[in-house]
Design a protein around this ligand. Structure first.
Ligand SMILES: [Zn+2]
Ligand SMILES: [Zn+2]
Length: 181
């Protein structure tokens, strides 16, 4: 475990005394690839941690919130998105030798008296990201005819609806006209 990583926290001062606790409030830089192709938190941008580390029998319970700014592209109008995200953290880091009860997921482990928050933060942030990101809940998207963002249109925006059969005929007369020349 890289003890210089900003995601690695020491639990040394909890001293394996169940009931002892401390809080962690700090801002760290987001790791790379935090999100999907459409939406995510930019590498290096601020992640604000507001956590509580609590010593329990099996290990150390970490709970609290992580906050950051989500950026991406609106799924309707393709405009840029930038919105705050707050995700809840709750993870038990167990002492080495503690086995998860059968049928339960393996819990992250404490290494000596340190724990690595990165996998946990990744999980909670990626889960909290909007599945279908939109710039605003009522984004009207793009005009299906001409592709302009409808949010930018002032007043009514309509295209003349033409019967495709007329369009085909017009194409035909155009061709004939071209032949005349
Ligand atoms: Zn939009
Ligand atoms: Zn249009």
């Amino acid at each position: 475990m890289d003890s210089h990583s900003p995601f690695v926290l020491s639990t040394h001062d909890l001293g394996r005394r169940p009931g002892s606790m401390r809080t962690v409030q700090k801002v760290i830089g987001a790791p790379e690839h935090l999100g999907t192709e459409l939406v995510g938190i930019e590498a290096g941008s601020d992640l604000a941690l507001d956590l509580r580390l609590e010593s329990v029998m099996e290990g150390v319970l970490v709970s609290g919130t992580v906050r950051g700014i989500v950026v991406g592209e609106c799924g309707r109008c393709l405009g840029p998105i930038s919105q705050p995200l707050a995700a809840e953290v709750q993870e038990l880091f167990v002492y080495p030798g503690h086995e998860a009860p059968e049928g339960e997921d393996e819990l992250p482990k404490l290494h000596e008296d340190r724990l690595d928050l990165e996998p946990t933060l990744r999980d909670v942030i990626v889960t909290a990201l909007p599945f279908q990101p939109v710039c605003r809940p009522d984004c009207p998207g793009l005009c299906p005819e001409c592709g302009i963002p409808l949010a930018e249109v002032v007043g009514e925006h309509k295209h003349e609806v033409r019967d495709p059969r007329w369009a085909a005929l017009e194409g035909l007369t155009g061709d004939l006209a071209a032949e005349d020349n």
